[in-house]
Write a protein that binds this ligand. Structure first.
Ligand SMILES: O=C(O)c1ccccc1NCC(=O)[C@H](O)[C@H](O)COP(=O)(O)O
Length: 404
C-alpha cells in the first residue's frame, strides 16, 4: 500500500481488527474476546479515542466521497457504547493490570497552564502528576487536543499526499551493522531534556543532523516535543527537506493516532511508542496504523514486564531498551544486559527483532558493553549533541571512524 495515502477500506480493516463488526449483536462474553482489553473504555484512554477518531474519519470520508457507504461507523460506535457499559473500567485500571503506572490526565485537572517546578506543586493524589513522565503525558493530552483543533484529520490527509516518501529505517540499521560490525547509530537531535536541561545553546538542527550523517549515523532521531525538550515538528520537517538521507525517527510521546499522521506528514520514517505509557491494545492499534502509513515503530521498554508484553505482540521489528528510568531519571546501562538475558534474548534472536540500546552511552566501552549484550543499534543524544563537532563526536564514541 502507498505509504502516503490511506484508503477508506484500509481504515475499515483496522477497525475490524480492533472491534468486530458483529460486536453489537454477538453474545456479551464473545464480544469481550474479540475486542481488546482496554479497547474502548474508560476516561480519555487512547483506545477510546482511537475508535472515536475512526468513526469521525469515516464520517468525514463519507462526506468527502458521497455515495460510498460507510458500513463500519455504526458498529464502531456501538462497540464503544457496549464496551463502556460492559466493563465499567477506566483505561487507568486496564493499564495498571499490565503494570503501567502512568495514568491518563483526569478530566478535572490539573489546570492547563500551571507553572512552577514539579516538586513545588501542590500534591493532590487525583489531579497532580506523580512523576515527570506522567506530567509529560498529561501535558501531551492537552497539546494534542489543541493541535487537532488547529489541524483536522482531513487537513492532515491532504498533507500526506505531498509528504516525502518513506525511507527504510530498519534496512538502514541492518546495512550499517553489516558494514561496520558495530551497532548502527541512531543519533539524536536533542536540544534539551528534563533530566539535563539545555544541552546545547547554539542549536541548529539541520547543521547537527548533517554532521551526524557525515560522521556515519545510520538514522536520526528528532525530538519534536516543545515544552520539555525544546524540539519541534518544524525541526523534523527542516531536516527532511534539507536533503539529509538518513531515515528519521520522530521522537515524540505518542498517545493518539493523530500524531502518527502528523509525524508522517512532516517526513518521519519511524515513530517511538513507549510501553510504559501505552497498554498492549494501544501498541497493537498504533502499529497497525503505522503499517498503513509506512512508518516503522520503535517500541520502547524499560523493564522485564514491558519487554514480555512487547514480545507478546506480533510483528514488532524494533525494540528499544531505555537505560534511563523515565520516572526517576536514573541511568544504568546494565539494564540492556538484564533485559536481553536468557529466554528473552533467545526469543528476540529467533524472531530477528533488532534491539536498540538507548540512553546513557558515552564511551567506546559503553558501546562494546551493549553490543556484547546483544544490541544491533544504539540511540545516542547527549554525548554527541554536546560536542562542538558532532561528526567527530561519533568517532570518539565508537573509538573509530564509522563513516566509511
Ligand atoms: O532525556 C530525558 O531526560 C528524558 C526524560 C523523560 C522522558 C524521556 C527522556 N529522554 C528520552 C530519551 O530516551 C533520550 O533522549 C534518548 O534515549 C537519548 O538519551 P541520551 O543519549 O542519554 O541523551
Amino acid at each position: 500500500m502507498e505509504a502516503t495515502s490511506m484508503s477508506a477500506s484500509s481504515r475499515f480493516s483496522i477497525s475490524r481488527g480492533i472491534c468486530s463488526s458483529s460486536a453489537a449483536t454477538a453474545p456479551a462474553k464473545r464480544r469481550l474476546d474479540v475486542t481488546p482489553a482496554s479497547g474502548v473504555i474508560g476516561r480519555r484512554g487512547l483506545s477510546q479515542r482511537v475508535l472515536r477518531f475512526a468513526v469521525r474519519a469515516q464520517r468525514s470520508e463519507a462526506k468527502d466521497s458521497p455515495g460510498i457507504p460507510s458500513p463500519m461507523s455504526d458498529s464502531i460506535a456501538n462497540c464503544i457504547e457496549v464496551r463502556e457499559w460492559e466493563m465499567g473500567k477506566t483505561i487507568d485500571e486496564i493499564a495498571a493490570s499490565q503494570g503501567i503506572t502512568i495514568r491518563r490526565r483526569p478530566p478535572t485537572g490539573p489546570p492547563q497552564h500551571y507553572v512552577g517546578p514539579f516538586e513545588f506543586r501542590l500534591q493532590n493524589e487525583g489531579n497532580t502528576p506523580r512523576n515527570i513522565l506522567e506530567e509529560i503525558i498529561w501535558n501531551k493530552d492537552v497539546e494534542v487536543s489543541q493541535m487537532k483543533e488547529r489541524r483536522s484529520l482531513v487537513m492532515l490527509k491532504k498533507a500526506l499526499e505531498n509528504a516525502p516518501p518513506v525511507r527504510d529505517f530498519v534496512g538502514a540499521l541492518r546495512a550499517s551493522y553489516e558494514r561496520t560490525d558495530m551497532p548502527a547509530l541512531i543519533a539524536e537531535v536533542k536540544k534539551a531534556s528534563p533530566s539535563r536541561g539545555v544541552l546545547r545553546e547554539d542549536f541548529d538542527p539541520v547543521q547537527i543532523a548533517s554532521a551526524y550523517e557525515e560522521g556515519g549515523a545510520a538514522c536520526l532521531s528528532v525530538l519534536t516535543d516543545k515544552k520539555y525538550f525544546q524540539g519541534s515538528f518544524e525541526n523534523l520537517e527542516a531536516i527532511r527537506n534539507a536533503g539529509i538521507k538518513c531515515p528519521l525517527l520522530c521522537k515524540e510521546f505518542i498517545i493518539d493516532p493523530w500524531q502518527l499522521y502528523c509525524a508522517r506528514s512532516k517526513g518521519a520514517d519511524a515513530v517511538l511508542l513507549i510501553a510504559a505509557v501505552l497498554p498492549d491494545v494501544d501498541i497493537k492499534y498504533l502499529t497497525k496504523i503505522c503499517k498503513i502509513l509506512g512508518l516503522v515503530a520503535l517500541v520502547e521498554v524499560h523493564n522485564e514486564r514491558e519487554m514480555d508484553r512487547v514480545l507478546g505482540i506480533d510483528g514488532i521489528q524494533l525494540i528499544g531498551i531505555n537505560n534511563r528510568n523515565l520516572e526517576t531519571f536514573e541511568v544504568d546501562i546494565s539494564n540492556t544486559k538484564k533485559l536481553l538475558g536468557g529466554a528473552r534474548g533467545e526469543a528476540i534472536r529467533e524472531r530477528g527483532i533488532i534491539v536498540v540500546g538507548e540512553s546513557g552511552l558515552f564511551t567506546p566501552s559503553d558501546i562494546a558493553y551493549v553490543q556484547e549484550a546483544g544490541v544491533k543499534a544504539v540511540l545516542v543524544g547527549e554525548s554527541l549533541v554536546k560536542q562542538s563537532d558532532p561528526s567527530k563526536g561519533i568517532a570518539g564514541l565508537f573509538g573509530k571512524d564509522i563513516s566509511k
